[in-house]
Design a protein around this ligand. Structure first.
Ligand code: FPP
Length: 248
């Protein structure tokens, strides 16, 4: 277990961090390795980050592992990623459960291989009541798809007379997203120099602080994370208000 670096204020840590793990492919090709080797290394980095978040008292981590657009990658890469998710789950579930990690998967899981879906459902059910940290993995996830799904649910409920248009408000939408039981991310970290959201948690990140770094995901180590948190702690979060109006 590692303790929080002394220059970080434990009272002012983000409670929920979202990560876009970009740069696995470039990390691998720059070393003469296959892209697949980059994803394998990227998974190790994620595991380390999860442990670090838990040790430092951060209560939720959400990782974008596979987007609705990622199906367009070469079939061998897609197949490998599916295999990697399944293999990691089988290998790591017992340990994560023991450490009090609650695991959730968000996205359209119905399009994933059947054996992977079973493994995902099992790990969500088994860890449901764990409290140390909530680890969410977005797989076959796309924010527009998620919001469209809510619109369809609203239309169906209204059509059946079970919901009136006046009842449709922000809270209703929030409660019908995949992330209904998770607070909004305080901090988004995206690696590899890309500065966009790529259809990730668009509704949920309306007031999230963004941190972009040139470091490639497999190299995003504890010190890089420390730097991201230092940057976060320097931000002045106003949520659209002026500072004096926010209760402290
Ligand atoms: C982006 O880098 C990375 C991905 C699309 C895959 C991320 C998946 C992992 C790190 C495995 C995580 C495992 C679990 C269980 C969650 P890229 O391939 O787009 O890299 P590039 O931009 O350099 O090509």
């Amino acid at each position: 277990m590692t303790s929080l670096p002394p220059d970080l204020n434990p009272q002012h840590l983000p409670q929920h961090i979202a990560v876009i793990m970009d740069g696995n492919g470039r990390w691998a090709t720059s070393r003469g390795l296959t892209r697949i080797a980059g994803h394998r290394q990227g998974a190790k980095t994620l595991k380390e980050l999860l442990r670090c978040c838990k040790d430092w008292g951060i209560k939720a981590l959400t990782a974008y592992a596979f987007s609705t657009e990622n199906w367009r990658r070469p079939v061998e890469e897609v197949d490998f990623l599916m295999l990697l998710f399944e293999r990691l789950l089988r290998r790591e579930l017992a340990q994560m459960h023991q450490e009090g990690v609650r695991i959730s998967f968000i996205g359209d899981l119905s399009a994933l291989p059947q054996t992977l879906q079973i493994q995902m459902q099992r790990s969500m059910a088994e860890t449901l009541h764990n409290q140390a940290i909530h680890f969410t993995v977005a797989v076959n996830y796309g924010s527009r798809n998620e919001i469209t799904r809510v619109c369809r649910q609203v239309a169906e409920l209204v059509e059946r007379g079970e919901l009136s248009p006046e009842e449709v408000n922000e809270s209703f939408v929030t409660q019908h997203l995949y992330t209904a039981d998770t607070p909004e991310p305080d901090l988004l970290i995206r690696t590899s120099g890309e500065m966009r959201l790529s259809n990730f948690l668009l509704w949920q990140m309306a007031y999230t602080e963004m941190y972009f770094t040139d470091i490639l995901w497999p190299d995003f180590d504890r010190e890089a994370f420390h730097q991201a948190l230092l940057s976060y702690q320097k931000r002045d979060r106003r949520f659209g208000q002026v500072k004096s109006a926010i209760a402290v």
